[in-house]
Design a protein around this ligand. Structure first.
Ligand code: ATP
Ligand code: MG
Length: 446
């Protein structure tokens, strides 16, 4: 993309009403625009990151065998009357009535609807296990929408639902979600710690939240800091092997890590003093096992291998797709702007032309742009007639992890400059070597 033809409405002045850094930076970098309290338009740069995050979520769900579908945002109230949640959900639910005076609601979550789909089409244990998920906009009329996309009213969520013949199978699905979530967040450059949680209005016995440590997080967290060093890395985990999956979950949940909701002072006191940490965290996901809470009242039954009709065992599993943009920025920025992890960056590299209109510089930039594209890498080329300082400031603000700087002086020596946004370190090399280096870097971030 050439910046002269792009739509990147950066703001010079940080908006005064934005309280936390990710909200300020998303507004300044022209990623979002607020349309009403907690409701945002996603401007091109923000939308690009949102789609990157969505793509990673899809890939990691499909990797473990979960099946994407798409349910609507509007749901009939009658489904929620079956589970009893239409009255129970309260003021957070946005209720609407159509011209025929039928009650609808803008879905805050989808347990009822997915259970309805299941009961209509599945009747035998032979069709299990089954996990269906979608990535869809949700609406919750939060009493205090704030912090930009972190606590919106309309927000994008991945929500998935497992259906299993019994509790043991459903707990395997729970564990499989935990492992797939760990990989999902790692690919986004995040450390998200699974913490035992409280189930809230979803209901159920087993639940973990995934928290990204950040001072601006809304949850208070208590943890053994050795948990932050755990990494899934590139190891292969057979997602169909319950023991293998469970072993990973045990590795990631055996050290103490809880939110204030489930915090236990006595257990925390057992953590060696040097490792005992209290901090704050951003909830970027949650998994639940809730058994037959919905399948019983809604009549979602299967015939098991004994020929008995049994309510199916379920769980639900959510990732805050739009909140993740805020969480990533909270975890990765400096005083100059955002620093995108390679896995989610909107463009792989920025190209800054120090002397727009100089024949050699223009040609070299065009050459780099084409060579990167040929390797499947996207570049944002600042081809505006601005001074170098302004171009650098824009690149630093929007946070592309790598910048190529091209100017007549370097070109005379046969080099361009490759700069790492995170460390600020620069290296001079030939344009070909720079393209190869970037291809190598991104090979590790598919
Ligand atoms: P919270 O405690 O933050 O209100 P929740 O526990 O009610 O969230 P879940 O039902 O677990 O939310 O939804 C799954 C994920 O969706 C959450 O982990 C969070 O990342 C995201 N999410 C929930 N509410 C919002 C919101 N208002 N704005 C943006 N993301 C949200
Ligand atoms: Mg939650």
């Amino acid at each position: 993309m050439r910046l002269s033809r792009y739509f990147l409405p950066v703001l010079k002045e940080p908006p005064s009403d934005a309280q936390i850094v990710s909200h300020r930076l998303m507004l300044r970098a022209g990623m979002i625009r607020q349309q009403a309290a907690g409701i945002y338009s996603w401007l091109p740069l923000g939308y690009r990151v949102l789609r990157r995050i969505e793509a990673i979520v899809h890939e990691e769900q499909e990797r473990v065998g979960h099946i994407p579908l798409l349910m609507p945002t509007l749901q009939p109230a009658d489904l929620w009357r079956e589970s009893g949640r239409y009255d129970a959900y309260g003021a957070e639910m946005l209720r609407v009535r159509d011209r025929h005076k039928r009650d609808l609601l803008y879905g805050p979550t989808n347990e009822e609807m997915i259970t309805d789909i299941f009961r209509a089409h599945v009747g035998s244990y032979r069709d299990l296990p089954l996990t269906l998920y979608h990535i869809q906009w949700k609406f919750r009329d939060e009493i205090r929408p704030r912090f930009g996309v972190m606590r919106g009213r309309e927000f994008l969520m991945k929500d998935g639902y497992n259906f299993d013949v019994d509790k043991a199978a459903a707990l395997h699905a729970y564990n499989r979600h935990m492992v797939s979530y760990l990989r999902t967040y790692e690919r986004m450059g995040l450390t998200a710690i699974p913490m035992r949680a409280d189930s809230g209005p979803i209901g159920g016995d087993d639940t973990h939240e995934f928290l990204v440590l950040a001072q601006t997080g809304e949850s208070e967290v208590f943890y053994d800091d050795r948990v932050t060093a755990l990494k899934l890395g590139a190891r292969a985990v057979d997602h169909d092997d319950p023991a293998a999956v469970k072993a990973v979950c045990e590795e990631f949940t055996s050290l103490y890590a809880r939110t204030d909701e489930t915090h236990d002072e006595a257990a925390f006191a057992q953590v060696p003093q040097a490792h005992r940490k209290v901090g704050r965290g951003i909830e970027v996901g949650q998994i639940f096992y809730f058994g037959t809470k919905y399948s019983e009242p809604m009549g979602a039954v299967v015939v098991n291998d004994q020929g008995e009709r049994v309510p199916v065992h379920m769980g639900s599993h959510g990732i805050g797709v739009s909140r993740l943009l805020g969480a990533i920025i909270e975890a990765s920025h400096d005083e100059r702007g955002i620093i995108w992890p390679e896995g989610v960056t909107p463009y792989h590299a920025g190209i800054v032309n120090l002397k727009q209109g100089d024949g050699a510089a223009d040609a070299a930039c065009e050459g780099l742009y084409a060579a990167l594209a040929a390797k499947g890498l996207s570049a944002l080329y600042d081809d505006r007639g601005e001074r170098a300082g302004a171009k650098f400031a824009t690149m630093d603000l929007i946070g592309l992890p790598w910048r190529l700087t091209v100017g007549p002086r370097g070109l005379a020596a046969g080099v361009v400059e490759l700069t790492c946004r995170r460390t600020g370190e620069s290296e001079e090399m030939s344009p070909e070597a720079a393209v190869d280096r970037l291809a190598q870097i991104y090979a590790a971030h598919p």
